[in-house]
Design a protein around this ligand. Structure first.
Ligand SMILES: N[C@@H](CCC(=O)N[C@@H](CS)C(=O)NCC(=O)O)C(=O)O
Length: 324
């Protein structure tokens, strides 16, 4: 593991590589897929042509997803339908991997309109990734299909809990209060964190015209969200230091000694309880790409940075980010 600012880990590049292929726009020019500068007008014409081409499904087109639907092989475990650069798909890969579930990944190709295939829309009426198929239901011939990353995560941890005679996996809880706290962060991630980064990326790299006010609005909102996380993690840090470093507690609370001098300043802290849960893990893939919208976690949100780095060292997370 490399300790650099942007969490470089050998081969954890599917996500980043996908995002790095996007076209970078500025006020009066764009860069096309061959790396040439083109004007706004040319860019808009290209976009219109692409959109027209995408209106129709091309039946003879081949793709991983079409292959998957056309030749259903006897499946075991789970099938995760995602995209090579979709952070929401990596979220599910991380949880599957943390729970030691077997899964295979099918990559959908938006350029081939895979997301409009009727078979895919049956799995996910929203036509987005991820979608997950659970092939493990022995008492039913039907595979269970799931969509919406938050809902899929809750399904997986509850399923594991049931399989293990109601012993919950470490990343979940069977305590109602803790569950509700975990779910608050999970819902916050899916409704307030991911979509804002998605919009910031869109207006920065994909939108047909340059709209600085939209870029600023979404980037500022992402910063606000990271402020919420930074505050929560800093509070956990303070509580941890006051508890474990009790002989110096007075000096810390009077401000004589900065908390950063505590030997517990780099100890793990988590959003809920004293262990890593789905509340924390769901943020990882998005934290990994946020530098693309000009946010430097290390400099601006140091607790978020330490927390993310710690999660990215987990073997299950490394497996998911390199294999999914
Ligand atoms: N709320 C959904 C969001 C799904 C979503 O928007 N996924 C992105 C990839 S991370 C996608 O499919 N984007 C394609 C598009 O917007 O056309 C979830 O959490 O599953």
């Amino acid at each position: 593991m490399n300790n650099t600012n942007n969490f470089n880990i050998n081969n954890i590049s599917n996500l980043s590589a996908g995002l790095r292929n996007i076209h970078i726009s500025s006020s009066d020019h764009h860069i096309d897929s061959q790396g040439n500068f083109i004007s706004n007008n040319q860019y808009q014409q290209q976009q219109q042509q692409q959109q027209q081409q995408q209106q129709e499904l091309i039946p003879e087109e081949t793709s991983e997803l079409r292959e998957f639907f056309n030749n259903p092989t006897p499946a075991e475990g789970f099938s995760l339908i995602t995209h090579r650069s979709a952070p929401n798909g990596f979220k599910i890969a991380i949880i599957l991997s943390e729970l030691n579930y077997n899964y295979r990944t099918i990559h959908l190709d938006f350029n081939k309109n895979d997301h409009r295939l009727p078979q895919f829309l049956q799995l996910n009426p929203n036509g987005r990734v991820p979608a997950l198929i659970d092939h493990t239901h022995t008492n039913s011939n039907d595979n269970i299909s799931l969509w919406e990353s938050g809902s899929i995560i809750i399904y997986l941890v509850n399923k594991k809990c049931k399989e293990d005679n109601n012993i919950c996996p470490q990343i979940w809880s069977n305590n109602l209060i803790e569950q509700s706290q975990i779910l608050s962060w999970l819902f916050f991630q899916t409704s307030g964190h991911a979509p804002m980064i998605g919009q910031a990326l869109h207006f920065r790299y994909f939108h047909s015209i340059n709209l600085p006010s939209a870029i600023d609005r979404y980037t500022d909102e992402v910063r606000r969200v990271y402020g919420v996380l930074e505050m929560a993690l800093s509070e956990r840090r303070e509580t941890l230091i006051m508890e474990l470093d009790s002989e110096n507690a007075e000096s810390y609370s009077s401000g004589l000694t900065p908390l950063s001098q505590s030997r517990y300043f780099d100890s793990p802290v988590w959003l809920v309880g004293d262990r890593c849960t789905i509340a924390d893990l769901c943020f990882v893939p998005w934290n990994y790409v946020v530098d693309r919208i000009g946010i430097d976690l290390k400099a601006e949100f140091p607790e978020v940075y330490k927390w993310t780095k710690r999660m990215m060292r987990r073997p299950a997370v490394i497996r998911a980010l390199t294999e999914a």
